[in-house]
Design a protein around this ligand. Structure first.
Ligand code: SF4
Length: 246
């Protein structure tokens, strides 16, 4: 039988350290907010990320990285196909609103060559386009597009200014080899959705500046109530529940 040599290489550690080093949310500053998270999850969760930062679970970072890989794939394909022209990708944008600013990075800006019109592309991965409703025992379509994704896209459209519209592209990563791997929605700028997102950012800013704790807003994250929130936990002993308001 082959003898195994003792080794010091731990691929899990290498991978997790790489993800930790890539984290962009370690140095949060009050007054700088991200439309990708303003509309979802709850304000209390966002407030705690600024006031009591905690590293996300390793399993969650791996899950998000899987989404990043899909972004890279789609950006490469948009840059190497003949139907559309990739004008820019990963473009950093910012809007100053009163006492705070909104920051983001759009996934892709493409040009539709026949009509010479630009579109902002926002790429989202979800587990699947259908979910099992445990009450009825039936599979049901996931309601799309999601309001929080539209809010993020409106922010990019506001920043780009001369785009004809936005394309919100969903990829079902766990059922990618089905006949329908993608769903997408073509939208125009909607000032109401944008304004609601800015109002919510202003609300968060107010809580942070005054040091007031927002009320909990338990939400479903892929079917689990507060499932991905670093301040909740299944036993009910997370920081969120220890604070006032439950
Ligand atoms: S545990 Fe739920 S209610 Fe509490 S902060 Fe997190 S998402 Fe909000």
């Amino acid at each position: 039988m082959m003898k195994m040599a003792p080794g010091t290489v731990d691929f899990t550690e290498i991978f997790d350290e790489y993800l930790e080093a890539k984290r962009e949310d370690r140095d949060r500053q009050i007054g700088v907010y991200y439309p990708s998270e303003i509309s979802f999850p709850c304000l209390r969760s966002l407030f705690l990320r600024y006031k009591h930062p905690e590293p996300p679970k390793k399993t969650l970072m791996r899950r998000f990285y899987k989404g990043d890989l899909w972004h890279n794939v789609m950006q490469t394909i948009l840059g190497e196909n003949r139907r559309v022209t990739l004008v820019e990708k990963e473009k950093s944008v910012r809007v100053d609103v009163g006492g705070f600013s909104l920051h983001g990075r759009l996934d892709a800006l493409i040009m539709e060559p026949q009509r010479q019109q630009k579109y902002v592309v926002e790429i989202k991965t979800i587990e699947a386009f259908k979910y099992l409703n445990h009450g009825s025992g039936q599979y049901q379509p996931v309601p799309l597009p999601k309001e929080e994704h539209l809010a993020q896209l409106m922010f990019y459209l506001k920043c780009v200014g001369d785009a004809e519209g936005g394309l919100l592209l969903y990829i079902q990563k766990n059922r990618f080899f089905d006949e329908e791997p993608f769903k997408w929605f073509t939208v125009k700028f909607d000032g109401d959705i944008y304004d609601r997102m800015v109002e919510r950012a202003a609300e968060l800013h107010g809580f942070l500046v005054d040091g007031r704790l927002p009320p909990p807003e338990p939400q479903h994250w892929n079917g689990k109530v507060c499932g991905y929130c670093p301040y909740g936990d299944e036993t009910g002993n997370g920081l969120c529940r220890k604070l006032k308001g439950w």
